[in-house]
Design a protein around this ligand. Sequence first.
Ligand SMILES: *Cc1c(COP(=O)(O)O)cnc(C)c1O
Length: 371
Amino acid sequence: MPEAQETVLVIDLNALRSNYEYLRSKIPSSTKFLAVVKAFGYGSDAVEIARFLNTLEVDYFAVAYVHEGVNLREAGIETPILVLHPQPVNFTACIENCLEPSLYNTRTLRLFISEAENQNLNDYPVHIKFNTGLNRLGFREKDVDLVVSEISKSPAIRAKSIFSHLAASEDMKEREFSKRQIETFDKITDACISALGYRPLLHMCNTSGLLNYTEAHYDMVRCGIGLYGFGNSQKENRNLKPIASLKTVISQIHNIEDGETVGYNRAYTAKGLMRIATLPIGHADGIGRQYGKGKGYVTIHGKKSPIIGNVCMDMIMVDVSNIECNEGDEVVIFDPENTAEALGEQVGTISYEVITGISQRIKRLYIRSGF
Ligand SMILES: *Cc1c(COP(=O)(O)O)cnc(C)c1O
């Protein structure tokens, strides 16, 4: 990997391939693989990730919102795309772009059916979301009759899949709860299938569900964080590799004296002679103010250097008093060894939030080899 000369997010597509192959190896070959590429591919780049995963023949993509799906279509991605959380105002664009909506309540189901009927569609694929305990989106078990009758009444749509989402798939202390969710899903899907008279695809597992609940793989898994290299456990982290490395450089070094202060609001006061480095990355880039005042750190020539004072919009200052370094040297914010997960732990958050928070302002670089 070449040395960074500015702030860059380096995305290792070889790592993405190996994560995909690992996750795929955990499911039967007949089970479909849906890659979740919402939120810019978990903060990397949805289009590049989707293009690359297409070469590995994933079966489906998912995004959260319609405009994310439109971006993929405009980039030429032709794979089926499930939109997990569409709003009715975007149903026309959804259909125009061959995006398949998740319909999660009576309102979205009825509005989508009327849009599909207005456009004289036939058997347009939709995905019916059931709530089995997360209490976020989805119909309830008691809604089965209503859902089936609405779908069956209209030739305009067809239930391509029925799905649900686990509330605590990564938490082995919640195994009993997850098993109850799976049982509820079985009851719901049995009832739907017999009333519909055909069998839609069934799916329930995110990354941790895939890894921890083999009995719930059904026809497809929906995998996000694992592809990006995090397994939500130390054990699984060893089988995966973070695909994104966030790097920057030292813009300037200051030698400051005892009692001098650093940054806005003079939030840091030097204790004795110090050497501090200013880096071109700040809260507008996704390194939030919570990382300031010594909570967060960067790594320079393998040594940890704390962020001092307040995080600025475009800069942070770090303490390099004990690190041999020069202006222009490379700085690691996170990489496969100094992980985004470990950085997030410093401020009470998880890998998901750290990586999806990296702003689109930062330049993306791709590593790929052997193909
Ligand atoms: C984001 C999301 C996923 C992916 O979850 P990971 O834990 O990142 O694998 C799967 N299903 C739904 C409904 C989601 O919203």
